[in-house]
Design a protein around this ligand. Structure first.
Ligand code: TTP
Ligand code: MN
Ligand code: MN
Ligand code: MN
Length: 383
């Protein structure tokens, strides 16, 4: 066995952003169980409980060794009593009766089914469950009113719940890049989200659009969307024009929502990934995009969720850091900034609350430096 790991001697840092969390780790069975509990708590509207399970799962992902005895966790932070009970059950029996009971419960299964519809959150799913709905067909039977987003989500339910592969994400990035360059040479398209963290597949494609001359990015997203639409790539899109407020307005940085604020122009869309019948090997996707005529057999094409975001160049490093995730990593990064550094961090910038100054950055590395944190690579942010 390797030397007794440091982590067993109380060396695990309390904040996720102070730790390296790889995609593949040593405690998958335990973290799957804890994440089921976190999801179940979220389905019940217990966000605090959900966060506790989520934090316990995150810390186990960062351990460079496999947990074999519960005593090994005594000096590891963020593992609460209930999480410890689940872990103990798993270590002793290879499974947790409590987790299995959740997984088989009608409520959990139904909530899972409904929240997997694009545009449906815990609140709506919960209402449907209360009304006695149990299947997707029940939505039609009960003539449930759906908004456009949810209608698209239901129509493409299967496709949107089939993982998006890296080659598909790259093919879509390339299509967007072509449209962007056509409108504004010099503008760039960056693949972010889970794929930037090294995930081989994901639930959507997250793309950031910017232009090196500040101001040139304005209106770009809107025009890109209209080109893509006219080229037949879009099955659904909805643009949110959150006009960018002046960052000089201090209220933005001191309010309760300052660290979750995201005022970028953005588009939630569903792409039509054409003719997948042939090869789906690396890189070949780009030429195949858009090749089908649309309403045909689902085996010939696939619907893929794409998030498009337009950002001014001066805010790009902050947007990149904010959109790379994971959500758990982002949450702790912002919590650390506020509580340990008296700074507000969001996808637009970093503001020192006591000195009342902005801390500009030209790269993610500089943001970590401002916060006094060691740089964590995107691949190490899979908390
Ligand atoms: P997601 O696309 O939801 O998650 P992901 O890319 O990590 O995982 P998956 O592979 O399943 O797609 O979110 C990516 C990041 O975008 C996440 O860290 C939070 C950020 N984000 C915002 O900053 N604002 C928003 O409104 C949304 C929806 C996401
Ligand atoms: Mn994503
Ligand atoms: Mn996304
Ligand atoms: Mn389809």
């Amino acid at each position: 066995a390797p030397a007794e790991p440091l982590e067993e001697k109380g060396q695990v840092a309390p904040y996720i952003c102070q730790r390296r969390t790889p995609l593949l780790h040593h405690n998958t069975a335990l973290t799957d169980a804890l994440e089921t509990m976190a999801e179940e708590a979220r389905f019940c509207g217990s966000d605090v409980r959900s966060l506790a399970f989520s934090r316990a799962a995150s810390v186990l992902k960062s351990l460079p060794w496999r947990v074999k005895r519960i005593q090994q966790l005594h000096t590891v932070p963020c593992v609460g009593e209930h999480s410890q009970r689940i872990i103990q059950e798993m270590l002793e029996d290879g499974m947790s009766a409590e987790v299995e009971q959740v997984r088989q419960s009608e409520r959990y299964r139904t909530m899972k089914l409904f929240t997997k519809i694009f545009g449906v959150g815990v609140k709506i799913a919960s209402q449907w469950y209360q009304r006695g709905l149990r299947t997707l067909a029940d939505l039609q039977l009960h003539q449930i009113k759906l908004n456009l987003e949810q209608q698209a989500g239901l129509l493409h339910y299967e496709d949107l719940n089939t993982p998006v592969e890296l080659w598909e994400a790259e093919a879509i990035s390339q299509v967007v890049r072509k449209a962007v360059e056509q409108i504004s040479p010099g503008a760039t398209v960056t693949l972010t989200g889970g794929f930037r963290r090294g995930k081989p597949c994901g639930h959507d494609v997250d793309l950031l659009i910017t232009h090196p001359s500040e101001g040139q990015e304005m209106g770009l997203l809107c025009r890109v969307i209209s080109i893509l639409d006219s080229q037949g790539f879009l099955l659904y899109h909805s643009t949110h024009r959150n006009s960018l407020p002046s960052l000089e307005d201090e209220e933005l940085w001191v309010s309760d929502h300052s660290s979750t604020m995201d005022h970028f122009e953005r588009c939630l869309s569903i792409f039509h990934l054409g003719d997948l019948a042939g090869s789906n090997q690396g890189g070949a996707g780009a030429q195949k995009l858009g090749a089908s005529t649309g309403s045909g057999a689902s085996s010939l094409w696939k619907a893929v969720r794409v998030d498009l975001v337009e950002t001014p160049y001066s805010q790009f490093p902050f947007a990149l850091l904010g959109w790379t995730g994971s959500r758990n990593f982002e949450r702790d990064l912002r919590r650390f900034s506020k509580h340990e550094k008296k700074m507000t961090l969001n996808s637009h910038g970093l503001y020192h609350l006591e000195q009342k100054i902005f801390l500009p950055a030209a790269s993610e590395e500089e943001i970590f430096q401002h916060l006094g944190l060691e740089y964590i690579l995107p691949e190490e942010r899979n908390a």
